[in-house]
Design a protein around this ligand. Structure first.
Ligand code: ATP
Length: 475
């Protein structure tokens, strides 16, 4: 059985081998921190996206979804503060020329220390970051003799800020071209459309706007697979509320979001809340939901009480009123906002980490093992695999009948090659919850063998009941 660190590597290899996730542009040696989803990975990702989307919009009468463009007017990012503030403190090693995010460098060092010493170091770091004390951060690195992993030296530059936004040019002629940014978060597309949605949807506060889409960040330390990418997907929801009610709604969304995570069938002890030490200047509360990845507890989602900062700032920069008239209290105001922001790719990694199992099935001196992805059926890329026992005697025809009946309702997979045992194992490796075998008895009495992925139990049921059984499991 893989240890946790090895487990992370095993998941990465498994994702590649079974068509879940590939390095981008691999034939050109890859592009760092950019990944492509393969045939099963894209299905898994789509299912997670849909699960989030439905639970936010369909299940909440006061939340609607939008799909805003990636490109936005450049002033958006002035107003949001990203041009001036979306930067991380960085430090370069003069010998290796390697650049590190200061917090990641110190955190990696803290992990190697005894718990008490590590915690003390992190507390010092948190305080320095809170006060934007860059010389202090550099001193902390030197005092603790933190070395560059590449050169092995402590020959560090000063700590500097480094903006994480990617920019590009729009316009056909160089002189006319203006610089725009690839959005570093999807939230601003929601804020600038606040009034459009509120008015056209006749929305009444409290209400939310949800969005899923790509975001781009020029991450420096980016070697944790899809945990930290330069192009990634976010699922965000901005909940607009009356000023003064933020504490209550913040608690509400913390609870709701944790329930959503637990709804994936994951136990509570794999999650924890982490309250932010350094609040953004406009925020009045913020926390992360952390999951116990094989690489340790890490952030998967942020919940932020953002006051009226974003709408207020867009009002100021655009000169357009971003106000809501609240008929209940007969007042105009700029609404406050609670944001929930979860990374889709990190959630894919979370679901994979939870599902990945190496099982020893050795019995009576005969060695055997399998790798199984125990996805919740609703998230599994393929729900049902259909196997005729042999390629003849009319069995493929019967199997095709079942396939035709089921494939409109959920994703099925048909295969007639190799021994049944081998076919089962291949489906285990991609997390298919059910396999059905059509054999000679099917011709006689219309029953099939259904095999359950996790228990590996097999039972005989009428072929006519297969579809309903799968539908029930994925509902
Ligand atoms: P981190 O501290 O890990 O850099 P963050 O606090 O900057 O994350 P937010 O700005 O709150 O992240 O973004 C919300 C969510 O978007 C995060 O919880 C995470 O799931 C996801 N996310 C952020 N950056 C990345 C990235 N580079 N790759 C993949 N997902 C990301």
């Amino acid at each position: 059985m893989a240890t946790d660190q090895n487990k992370f590597q095993a998941i990465i290899s498994h994702c590649k081998e079974y068509g879940f996730i590939f390095q981008s542009s691999e034939i050109y040696d890859g592009l760092s921190a950019v990944y492509d989803y393969g045939q099963y990975g894209s299905e898994l990702k789509r299912n997670i996206r849909e699960y989030w989307w439905k639970s936010m919009t369909q299940m909440h009468e006061n939340i609607v979804g939008i799909d805003a463009a990636i490109f936005m007017h450049p002033t958006t990012w002035k107003a949001s503060g990203h041009v001036d503030n979306f930067s991380d403190p960085m430090i370069d090693n003069k010998d290796s020329k390697k650049r590190y995010r200061v917090d990641h460098l110190i955190e990696a060092h803290a992990e190697k220390l005894e718990k008490a010493a590590g915690d003390a170091l992190l507390e010092k770091m948190d305080n320095l970051i809170k006060n934007d004390d860059f010389p202090g951060l550099r001193d902390l690195i030197i005092e603790n003799n933190i070395k560059c992993a590449v050169s092995g030296t402590t020959n560090w530059t000063d700590v500097r800020q480094f903006n994480l936004m990617f920019s590009t040019q729009v316009g056909s002629v160089a002189e006319d071209a203006s610089e725009i940014y690839l959005r570093p978060e999807t939230a601003q597309g929601i804020f600038v459309n606040f009034l459009n949605v509120q008015k056209t949807g006749r929305m009444k506060i409290p209400f939310g706007i949800a969005q899923v889409g790509k975001a781009f960040r020029n991450e420096i330390v980016a070697r944790q697979f899809v945990f930290r990418m330069r192009e990634f997907e976010q699922m965000e929801m901005q909940f607009f509320i009356r000023p003064g009610t933020q504490q209550e709604w913040y608690e509400y969304w913390k609870n709701e979001r944790m329930k959503w995570h637990l709804g994936l069938g994951i136990s509570q002890d794999k999650y924890r809340f982490h309250d932010h030490v350094k609040l953004a200047f406009y925020a009045d509360a913020a926390c992360d939901i952390e999951y116990d990845f094989p690489i340790g507890f890490k952030e998967v989602e942020g919940i932020h009480s953002r006051t009226d900062h974003d709408l207020g700032s867009h009002q100021k920069f655009s000169g357009k009123k971003m106000q809501y008239f609240d008929p209940e209290i007969n007042q105009n105001y700029v609404p406050y906002v609670i944001e929930t922001s979860i990374g889709l790719d990190r959630t894919v990694l979370l679901v994979l980490s939870e599902a990945y199992k190496e099982e020893d099935l050795s019995k009576d001196g005969k060695e055997d093992s399998r790798v199984v992805l125990s996805f919740p059926p609703k998230l599994a890329p393929i729900k049902l695999a259909i196997f005729p026992l042999t390629k003849k005697d009319g069995l493929p025809e019967l199997a095709r009948e079942l396939m035709a009946d089921c494939k409109q309702d959920f994703y099925c997979f048909y295969e007639e090659k190799d021994a049944i045992g081998k076919r089962y194992r291949r489906q285990d490796a991609i997390g298919t919850p059910f396999c059905v075998t059509i054999d000679h008895q099917t011709k006689e009495d219309g029953t099939v063998t259904i095999r359950h992925r996790d228990s590996m139990e097999q039972e005989r049921i009428p072929m006519s009941q297969v579809k309903e059984l799968v539908q029930k499991a994925i509902r």
